[in-house]
Design a protein around this ligand. Sequence first.
Ligand code: NDP
Length: 328
Amino acid sequence: MDKIRIGIVGYGNIGKGVEKAIARNEDMELAAVFTRRDPASVKIETKTAAVKSMDDMKAMKGEVDVMILCGGSATDLPVMGPQIAADFNTIDSFDTHARIPEYFANVDQAAKAGENVSIISVGWDPGMFSLNRLYAESILVQGSTYTFWGRGVSQGHSDAIRRIEGVKNAIQYTVPIEDAVNRVRSGSEPSLTTREKHLRECYVVPEEGADLKAIEEAIKTMPNYFDEYDTTVTFITEEELKENHSQMPHGGFVIRTGETGTEGSRHVIEYSLKLDSNPEFTASVLVAYARAAYRLSKKGESGARTVFDIAPVLLSMKTPEEQRAELL
Ligand code: NDP
């Protein structure tokens, strides 16, 4: 069997997770890792693949079936997505929800011109959560959908705390409020404010002699990040941070409740994720969708797609016959 040859573009948390996921998928192999840093400074686990400079990517046309783009959503992907889609099939985890329509249009244009398939915004949110929102809404046409995140680390909120004067290091957990989740599960379709749905827990390592009261105040009143939430701030040492907070867990729930029939029968649909490692899980979703991109490209398709456009049959290593016999 010819293996699907994968290129990893950007070797951060997600990039490393993709490398581990490829090792668990026997129909795939890692062709190369591409980085903007000095390739000699980036060490990977796979013995059979090389680390290459981004400038050497075009020369590998024909040697890579799908590029998995692992750069950041804020500034990397808006540039890299369309650029690389012009030359390769691509998958990415672009997660700036408000900018997805614009990003889709840019990638679509490049992918069509290059006759490649690009599946954007793959992961868990956007990604698996999006699919579950769509399935649930399509079935329970009258009802309400709720998404809760956590307990998990929010990279953006952790970064925002680290930028405050007197903060040496910090980590922020988003925590769903149990009472709100239970009210939603009861089917009462409550209208919940931002503050009623999630808490924010912050663990902060202060610089020596820093004003702790001022740091706490700066966090709790930070607009767009913390001011609309109940927030707790706990000061800890660098050692405690390393020991107790160096994992990247995450997860959450998509819940839809609604009614059917003339008597108003009530139903609850729930999809839940509890992830030890957000990047490893996200990477595993990316790799499954890389298989779909490869298959669509082989059929001669081109252009941008999202998870909504991809038939489940394309994701699995199993044949359609095996899927029907074992999973249907
Ligand atoms: P990272 O910050 O770990 O990596 C981003 C890029 O930083 C890498 O690709 C790498 O590119 C570069 N980089 C520069 N210096 C270093 C260094 N010293 N060590 C590691 N990387 C370095 O981000 P993540 O991998 O955690 O996340 C990437 C994106 O994935 C996020 O922006 C987020 O939007 C998205 N995401 C989406 C999810 C979803 O469900 N859809 C879930 C989780 C994340 P290079 O090698 O070229 O230097």
